[in-house]
Design a protein around this ligand. Structure first.
Ligand SMILES: [Zn+2]
Length: 305
């Protein structure tokens, strides 16, 4: 029988967990987060009996540090091996994993599981994303409404006070998918932000794409049973939406609108690193760990407002 990935030392042993994260975040050896010194001869490992695992000292600025500094792991007291378990679970579950399931599998508290999940989702988002498309490139745009499952119980006399969130997704043909909530954003505003103006944009007949700020816009008319016309179709996104909806509605039954962008980052990330592109669960997990770097303050900011 093949060896189970779950038996890997990094999931059980703190030294191995640190060695794994260090290899991902410091491919060329340790870098001091205080002064950016990367000279191996000026960085030492502190190895007293009571010293924390992974603690190093920079002899250039005389400050101690670990690989956790500046990353999503910094504000957490959880062992790194537990983090790696959580990241692996999120990366290897196509439709995501609920907070409750994380809690049960990791044996931690519900609040801890919630924060773990959201930090990981946040780290899955690209740091400063470039616009999709460009001259001669095709970008597909479409949106979907995240309606609640009809099976979800509602209190007696329940009336819908808020609208269902609408998600707009964009995908560059042969490239990445990017999804955002349309709350407080106009379609034109989102397109201006995320799509290069020289692109060819393909959409359905929805009115709000009429003034798309792009060089070329082609629309198929679903109402006239037109689904594909040359490059114009939105089939790539239709497939993605089906995974997104089954995940968000089936697994994350109560997604709060203010956290929706983080869930979308999670689904985008898995889609952009999917098996079909030759990326397996272990490699996808490594990519997620690489994304943890430099995201600490961004995560805190994402809760403001
Ligand atoms: Zn330093």
């Amino acid at each position: 029988m093949a060896k189970s990935v779950l038996s890997d030392a990094r999931f059980h042993n703190e030294e191995a967990a640190f060695a794994y994260v260090e290899a991902e975040l410091w491919p060329n050896g340790p870098v001091c987060p205080h002064c950016e010194n990367a000279d191996a001869s000026k960085i030492g490992r502190l190895q007293g009996k009571t010293t924390r695992v992974g603690l190093r000292k920079c002899y250039a600025c005389r400050k101690p540090f670990t690989v956790r500094i500046g990353t999503i792991f910094e504000d957490s007291h959880l062992p790194l091996r537990l983090w790696l378990q959580a990241i692996h679970l999120l990366c290897s579950s196509k439709k995501g994993i609920s907070t409750r399931q994380l809690q049960r599998t990791l044996g931690c508290g519900l609040k801890t599981a919630w924060h773990l999940g959201h930090r990981i989702r946040h780290a899955m988002a690209p740091g400063s994303p470039e616009q999709l498309g460009g001259f001669g490139k095709v970008v597909e745009a479409d949106e979907t409404e995240l309606a609640r499952s009809r099976k979800t119980k509602r209190p007696e006399g329940f009336r819908r006070k808020t609208h269902n969130p609408i998600v707009m997704s964009l995908v560059e043909r042969g490239g990445d998918i990017r999804s955002t909530t349309m709350d407080h954003h106009s379609a034109v505003g989102l397109l201006r932000q995320h799509v290069h103006p020289d692109s060819t944009l393909v959409t359905d007949q929805a009115q709000h794409y009429k003034f798309a700020p792009v060089a070329d816009h082609q629309a198929v008319d679903h109402s006239k049973f037109e689904w594909v016309r040359g490059v114009a179709h939105t089939n790539t996104l239709e497939g993605f939406f089906s995974v997104l909806k089954r995940g968000l509605i089936g697994i994350y039954q109560h997604v709060d609108k203010k956290h929706l962008d983080r869930y979308l980052a999670e689904f985008d990330f898995r889609q952009n690193t999917r098996e079909k592109l030759g990326i397996n669960d272990v490699q996808r997990t490594a990519l997620a760990v690489q994304g943890m770097a430099g995201k600490r303050l961004m995560y805190r900011d994402s809760f403001v407002g």
